[in-house]
Write a protein that binds this ligand. Structure first.
Ligand SMILES: Nc1ncnc2c1ncn2[C@@H]1O[C@H](COP(=O)(O)OP(=O)(O)OP(=O)(O)O)[C@@H](O)[C@H]1O
Length: 280
């Protein structure tokens, strides 16, 4: 399965790309470019986080990188198998979770062929890797959002991809499931898989991403190391509101968090300040 880098070397920025885009530009209508001139590469063992306001072109960029759409200009070159994990996936059919994952094998099968032993083994390995083998018999349609997301990730793994492209993988998930999915993606990257994801949580990008793409506007798409790009000034400019960053002492060590200016906080002003801090 996904074991392209068993030695788990630190993810190097100069490893040969799995997918690279050069001079990428896209427009749906003649009069409006979504973006132009984007150069970006997704590499093994690295997480590339794509950030930007609603409607700025993140999903478009992802679909181009995954080879699901052709760019209006520029090139996308894939050097390895890519799997796309959609934003949400409502299935009208009552497939089991196991069958959904087995569907990841479909592009490896000849027309009308049924999955063979190796296909089943790979699907089972993907279920184990994601930690959902115990619920394999359940109906996909009845799973929670978090369980569906894990299933779609397992399906991508069963496809033997080396790059996984995920559109807002945690957008519908509660905090615990967000952490579960983000940790899984981190572990997969440590195994050598390349990861590209969009997110509306700059915190998550700071936590997870090695590289970042900031889609500020059609002619202003910035790419580079996440640690360099994701500062308060750039995030404020990106989202059009003041943003500060703060170091917080998390249970597993210090981390940087992003604090947007949400306006004045609603507080009970009769309480002493100290108790507000501890109960907030
Ligand atoms: N098939 C399409 N035909 C025409 N316009 C489209 C199509 N798909 C997307 N667009 C437009 O392209 C722009 C970028 O859309 P896209 O979905 O890539 O943005 P996004 O950054 O992913 O948005 P969000 O954060 O809201 O998911 C939007 O203005 C959208 O309306």
């Amino acid at each position: 399965m996904v074991d392209v880098n068993p030695g788990s070397l630190p993810p190097a920025a100069d490893r040969p790309p799995l997918v690279e885009a050069m001079g990428l530009g896209h427009r749906y209508t003649k009069d409006r470019w979504i973006f132009r001139g984007v150069d970006v590469a997704a590499r093994p063992g690295r997480v590339l986080g794509v950030l930007g306001p609603n409607g700025r072109g993140k999903s478009t960029l992802l679909r181009l990188l995954a080879g699901l759409a052709r760019p209006t200009e520029g090139t996308v070159t894939a050097h390895a198998p890519v799997a796309y994990v959609p934003q949400s996936h409502a299935s009208p059919f009552t497939y089991s979770l196991a069958d959904m994952v087995l569907m990841g094998r479909s592009r490896h099968l000849k027309a009308y062929a049924t999955p063979g032993r190796r296909d089943r083994e790979l699907a089972e390995a993907a279920l184990d890797r994601v930690g959902i083998a115990h619920m394999a018999h359940r109906s996909y349609a009845e799973l929670s959002g978090g369980e569906q997301q894990m299933t779609l990730i397992a399906r991508a793994l069963a496809a033997e991809c080396r790059l996984m492209v995920l559109d807002e993988p945690v957008s519908a998930l509660d905090l615990r499931n967000q952490a579960r999915v983000l940790t899984l993606l981190q572990e997969l990257a440590a195994d050598g898989l390349g990861i590209v994801l969009t997110t509306h949580h700059p915190d998550h990008a700071l936590h997870l991403a090695d590289d970042a793409v900031l889609v500020l506007g059609p002619d202003d798409v910035r790419t580079g190391p996440a640690a360099v790009l994701l500062d308060a000034a750039a995030l404020g400019e990106l989202y059009g509101l003041p943003v500060t960053t703060a170091e917080v002492a998390g249970p597993r060590g210090p981390r940087t968090t992003v604090v947007p200016d949400l306006g004045p906080a609603r507080r009970d002003l009769t309480r002493p300040a100290a108790s507000q801090e501890t109960t907030a």
